[in-house]
Every structure is written in C-alpha cells, then in structure tokens.
Design a protein around this ligand. Structure first.
Ligand code: FES
Length: 494
C-alpha cells in the first residue's frame, strides 16, 4: 500500500487543517510553499500538521479569532443568527460521532486481544524453543511490552482529537465539484449562505426555496431541510439527490456538484425596493448609507460592482456597493455630499431609516480576477475606497491573495474609515495599509511610493478606484513604468 493510500482516511483538507491549528488558509499555503509542510493532492497529514505547528497553537487561536471577527463585522447581523446548528443536525452529528467512537473502541479491543494472543504465543515459543529462538524472542517480547506500556497519546495529540471532534460537531465541510472549492457550514447557516460567506459565487435567485436556481446535486453526505419550499423537483432529480442550497444545511461533510457563476454576464439585472437601515455620517461630507433588501429578494452581485439608486424625490445615481457579496442583504454605500446633485442632497437632508430606496443592478466589471496568482495592490482615491473595500472584504473571505497592500489617497474628507483599515493590518499578517494625503501627494509621488515599496511591481495586480483625473494620471504613470496594461483594473468613482 502506498504511503498516501495508507493515510487516505486521515488526510485533512487545507481549510480544515487551517481551522484546527487556528491560522488562515493563506498562512498554511505559505508554509507549504516554503516546504515546511508536505501536501498530498492538496491535503495534509495530521502528524505533519502537528509537526509544522508548535503545541501552543492548538490552544491559542487569537489570530484566527481576530481575523474571523473582522470578517464577521463585514457580515452585519446575519452572523448573530447562526451560532448553533439546528437541534436535529446536532443530534445526527452526535450520533455519527458516537458510532465512530463505538467502532474505534471495538477495534481497540480487537487489537488488544491480538497482541495478548501474540504475547502468549511468544512466551510459548520461548519456553519450548532452543537457545537461538530464545535470543530472538526475548528482545522481541521486551519491545512488545515496552510499546504496549508506552504512555497514552500526548496532551497535544489529545487536544487535537478533541478539537477535531468539536469542529465536526459544530461545522460541516463542503467540497464543490468539479471546481474543488471548499468551505464550512457553521451553526444554522444554509449551504448557500455559508458559500456566500466564504466568498463563493454560486447561482441563486430568491434565496427562499421558490425559484430553483440554487438547486444542486449532493454527491455524498447528508443535508437537512430548514424551511418549507414551494419548488418541485422532478422524480429523476429527486432520485439523483438534488437539493436547494438556499433551504438546506449540511448534517455531515458534503460533496456537491454545482457550478459557480463565470462572471458578470451570469448575473441577472435585478430591481429591488430596499429599506434604509441607517444613514450615518462618516465625515462632514460623507455618509454611510446602509440599505437592507427584503429577506426574499437579495442582491446578487460581485464585489466591486455598482448599482443605480433611486430616492423618493425621483433622483437617481450610480454608486459602487461598499460591502461584500458575503452579505447580500445588507448593502453599504459611501455617499459624498455634492451640491446640485439631487440624490446626494436628498440623502443628506431628508432620507431616514425605514424609507424606500429603489435599486437596479448590478453593473460594472471592476471585479477581482480570482484566477490570478499575483499579489494585490489596492489604490483608492477619496470615495473610490467604497468599491475597494468591497474587493478587500471579498479577498479576505476567499483567503487567496498572498499579500495585499492598500494605498488610500484622501482629500479634505480624510480617511473616513481609517480604523477599519488599521484593523485589517492587525488581523492579517500580509495586509499593509498606507494612508496618503491628497493635497500633499501628487499622483506621480503615489506611484513613486508604490514602486519604492514594491520594486517587483510587475508581480502585482493593481485595482484603482477614484476620480477620472486621478485614474488617467495613474494609467499614464504606470504605462511609463512598463507596467502590464492588463494588470491594472480601474473604476471611476466621482
Ligand atoms: S435561490 Fe431560489 S430556490 Fe434557492
């Protein structure tokens, strides 16, 4: 039997391994790249994982907790609704673990019987055999006794087993086929919600069990229906194991056959009447507009995209969504007070919680190229920070980019979410943040600073958002530095 096959049952996916040792998936990938952790087809052996991480890390999850908290804050309220799995799900998982425990105990008993029998046999041969037999059997018996009396597994190993069992009780691991993307379903999340939280873009529509757009085939594992649905499957679909991802949660680890959306062309145009949750000043002339969609009509979009908003006075305008698709119900926008702009004036003077704001969209192709292996530079100018924030939160949810560096060039309204940017640097090892003042910094010197920080600029993708003049000047400067044109993605935000 090959080494890999002999460990097949125990191999851990990177996502699960990262959870166990309390680090991000990116941190684990870095170790693999450096050759400090071996992988087998993208999976790791528990013993290699334990060797790569010193004891303390199983207990000390501070970094991951901080990271998770930062991510959770991007998800508004939905995160609070999902702490514990449904009782039926917990009961099934417990029953599964108990069966496993019973099997392990039965197996242990069997091994003990075999070793006792072997020891007795050796005794017998030692007594009846000649000198030569005794010289072989004596040390063999000693070795066997020593191995059997060896201490029980170390505290560290026990802690690993306890934690692994706890994780399996509280979460289920999902692998999508054929793409092989993975994520965890936690608490009482539906499979669709968990996928969105993990930054995956699956096909869906109503999120409510009516349209059938989220249907997918469960190849292995068990799901649990969480709400009544009106959608009817054909007999053949039922037999093949199709379920609605928006209405089912995972009971056990799952493999699901479904395709992710390929890009903006796969997202339908949506018209939604949203309600104002709050309008909060972020600075003298910038307001955070928080809109909430109805539960049954959420906005499907890709991070970085914009929508058209229409307020009660009939004014409309295009604005980038400043939150990430991981929370498709709670949408944030950063609005600049602009004299003569009817929508802006209405928002600053009249709009209040509970009012209706119509939304049409999404639009725009300022989206993350997830296939790119390059690290990321984000360049925000003023409220160009809004779509950049969405991209960063999405990149964090996907946990793929090796390093991210945010440069934010701000004018008189300042870095209105400076603390948020600082918290990203605290939470992520490889996140850098450089705030710059627009009045002191000409675009050429911003580029100079970037080149100084990253002399290997060609190894990066640059996402820049801001006013037209700023973007024109960024394009010009980068072209002068021979930066590949296709690695610069821009979005105009006036
Ligand atoms: S999204 Fe409509 S049924 Fe699931």
């Amino acid at each position: 039997m090959s080494d890999q096959a002999s460990h097949g049952a125990q191999l851990l996916t990177l996502t699960r391994a990262a959870r166990l040792v309390g680090v991000s998936r990116g941190a684990l990938q870095k170790k693999i790249k450096k050759g400090e952790l071996e992988t087998f087809e993208g999976m790791v052996k528990p013993e290699d994982l334990l060797r790569a991480y010193p004891d303390t890390q199983l207990e000390d999850n501070t970094a991951l907790e901080h990271f998770t908290q930062i991510k959770d804050e991007a998800f508004f309220h939905r995160v609070r609704e999902r702490l514990l799995p449904e009782p039926e799900v917990l009961a099934e998982r417990l029953s599964g673990l108990s069966k496993e425990l019973a099997n392990t105990r039965a197996q242990m008993e069997r091994y003990k019987t075999i070793t006792d029998w072997l020891y007795d046999k050796l005794n017998e041969y030692e007594k009846t055999g000649g000198n030569e037999t005794r010289t072989i059997i004596g040390p063999l018996k000693l070795w066997l006794r020593h191995e059997l009396e060896k201490q029980s597994p170390s505290d560290y190993l026990q802690s690993y087993v306890v934690k692994e069992s706890f994780l399996r009780l509280m979460t289920a691991h999902v692998r999508l086929l054929p793409g092989q993307r993975e994520f965890f379903v936690e608490g009482s999340d539906t499979i669709l919600d968990a996928a969105l939280r993990a930054g995956l873009s699956l096909r869906y529509g109503c999120s409510n069990g009516n349209c059938g757009l989220c249907r997918a085939k469960v190849v292995s594992g068990k799901t649990h229906l969480m709400r009544h649905t009106d959608y009817t499957f054909t007999e053949s679909e039922k037999n093949q194991g199709y379920v609605l991802l928006c209405s089912h949660t995972a009971v056990t680890d799952l493999e699901i056959e479904t395709s992710e959306i390929d890009g903006i062309q796969d997202i339908p145009k949506q018209e939604i009447a949203t309600r104002v949750k709050k309008v909060e000043p972020l600075s003298d002339d910038i307001a955070l507009l928080h809109l909430q969609t109805p539960r049954t009509k959420r906005l499907q979009f890709l991070a970085g995209q914009s929508v058209t908003l229409e307020t009660g006075n009939g004014a409309e305008g295009d604005y980038p969504v400043a939150s990430c698709p991981c929370d498709d119900r709670n949408l944030q926008f950063h609005l600049l007070r602009q004299r003569g702009n009817r929508l802006s004036e209405y928002v600053f003077k009249k709009l209040k919680p509970g009012d209706i704001v119509s939304l049409v969209g999404p639009k725009g192709d300022f989206t993350l190229n997830e296939e790119s292996p390059r690290s990321l530079i984000f360049l925000a100018h003023g409220t160009g920070f809004a779509p950049i924030k969405s991209l960063i939160e999405h990149a964090m949810a996907r946990d793929v980019a090796e390093t991210m560096h945010l440069y934010w060039v701000a004018g008189e309204n300042g870095h209105y979410l400076n603390n948020l940017c600082r918290s990203w640097t605290d939470a992520l090892d490889d996140f850098l943040y450089t705030p710059l003042q627009a009045e002191k910094t000409k675009t050429a010197s911003v580029l100079k600073q970037i080149l100084k920080d990253h002399p290997d600029i060609g190894e990066f993708d640059i996402y820049a958002a801001g006013q037209t003049d700023f973007l024109t000047s960024v394009k010009k400067s980068l072209a002068g530095s021979k930066f590949p044109e296709n690695q610069l993605i821009t979005s105009r935000v006036d």
